[in-house]
Design a protein around this ligand. Structure first.
Ligand code: NAD
Ligand code: DAU
Length: 351
């Protein structure tokens, strides 16, 4: 094998797209997917790659020191692409400690394991940490987050991700660990767990259930198709400069209410419903505590230095996404049959 890459969180939404891209694009690499299979991890996401000879799966928790050490010893990875994390802001509001454990402690555990395995000779090694634009805080009506924007995380989730980013940089400066970090905006696409706005709304529209919009629906997010994020990760892993940070975004800002109106239009078309029918399901509910107003990313550095650009227009991406959810009923039903009903009623009943 030319290289062995350890991907953490590969059974999750973005991780599964990264695993698929790497396994298919680099038949000479060994891709090892380490995932604890929390509620968000789903091996069905990887059905098409599980039998490939350059792919291996290990069920382990990144906070488990012995298990992570064993994986490093067994597979001797040259690179780590670290996506495993608790990822949902609303869950971080109700259970912050879980986020500190996985996102902060888990990241430090992986950094320690990489340092112990690679020692001082780190030629050809790379620890790539996947992070979020939420570490930069909240924007007003204008301006963009750049790689120089000061950190100002405001939710337990974003504070835990900011903390993990700082740890990664600390291991670089203190121990010379070869690292790279990227901070991305909101992803959407196939395989996203239906706690996040777009798949939750698709599922509710399909079942003619209320679409919950927090506050007035005026908060703004910048949406990127997940395969474009995966392509950026591939590029940064191979070409990014040691110690550098890259922002990744879709240059595609929507207020939540406009986004949901657009989604309703696409769903009406896809389901053969009368125009405007799904919009009637829009329901304004109590706002998220500490709800960040606007995120917007300047991806100029990634575009000019590494030549990345998003491949899909939003119109096409959202149609592809709706089509995937409508065609993959079994995937959705399996996901919904677990703990989802409990989660949903805790979050939304009495809101
Ligand atoms: P996800 O919740 O869909 O998947 C997370 C995966 O990590 C799951 O497979 C889960 O089983 C695994 N995991 C969680 N805790 C673990 C632990 N302690 N040990 C081992 N595995 C564990 O998340 P996602 O949306 O795919 O996000 C992946 C990464 O990308 C996260 O680090 C997130 O912060 C970052 N990110 C996400 C977005 C987005 O829009 N979703 C945007 C920017 C950055
Ligand atoms: O910006 C990157 C981040 O994007 C990632 O780091 C996170 O892992 C990812 O979850 C996402 O965070 P958001 O909080 O922006 O995503 P979410 O889908 O939860 O919400 C998107 C917007 O929609 C946000 O303004 C809150 C709002 N919302 C969300 C839900 C679930 C609603 O109005 N109603 C809802 O039911």
């Amino acid at each position: 094998m030319e290289k062995t890459i350890l991907i953490t969180g590969g059974a999750g939404f973005i991780g599964s797209h990264v695993v698929r891209l790497m396994v298919n694009k680099y038949p000479g690499y060994k891709i090892v997917n380490l995932d604890a299979l929390t509620y968000a991890g789903n091996l069905e996401n990887l059905k098409d790659v599980e039998s490939k000879s350059n792919y291996a799966f290990v069920k382990a928790d990144i906070t488990n020191e012995a298990a992570v050490k064993e994986v490093f010893e067994q597979y001797q990875p040259d690179g780590v692409i670290h996506l495993a994390a608790e990822s949902h802001v609303d869950r971080s509001i109700s259970d912050p400690l879980a986020f500190i454990r996985s996102n902060v402690m888990g990241t430090v555990n992986l950094l320690n394991a990489a340092r112990a395995a690679w020692g001082d000779y780190t030629e050809g090694k790379r620890f790539y940490h996947i992070s979020t634009d939420e570490v930069y805080g909240s924007l007003g009506a204008t301006g963009f987050f750049t790689e120089e924007t000061a950190y100002d995380p405001r939710s337990p989730y974003s504070a835990s991700k900011a903390s993990s980013d700082h740890m990664v940089r600390a291991w670089h400066h203190t121990y010379n660990l070869p690292v790279v970090i990227s901070n991305c905006s909101n992803n959407y696409g196939p395989n996203q767990f239906p706690e996040k706005l777009i798949p939750l709304a698709i599922n509710n529209i399909k079942h003619k259930k209320a679409i919950p919009i927090y506050g007035k629906g005026e908060n703004v997010r910048d949406w990127l198709f997940v395969e474009d994020h995966a392509a950026a990760i591939d590029l940064i892993f191979h070409k990014g400069v040691n110690g550098d940070t890259y922002n990744i975004g879709g240059n595609n800002e929507w207020t939540n209410i406009d986004l949901i109106r657009k989604l309703c239009e696409v769903m009406d078309n896809a389901l053969g419903r009368e125009k405007g029918e799904s919009e009637k399901l829009i329901t304004y509910v109590k706002d998220r505590a500490g709800h960040d107003k606007r995120y917007a990313i300047d991806s100029g550095k990634l575009m000019s230095e590494l030549g990345w650009k998003p491949s899909l227009q939003f119109e096409e991406g959202i149609e592809k996404t709706v089509d995937w959810y409508l065609k993959n009923e079994e995937w959705l039903n399996n996901v919904l049959s677990g703990d989802y009903a409990n989660y949903y009623s805790q979050q939304y009943d009495n809101r």
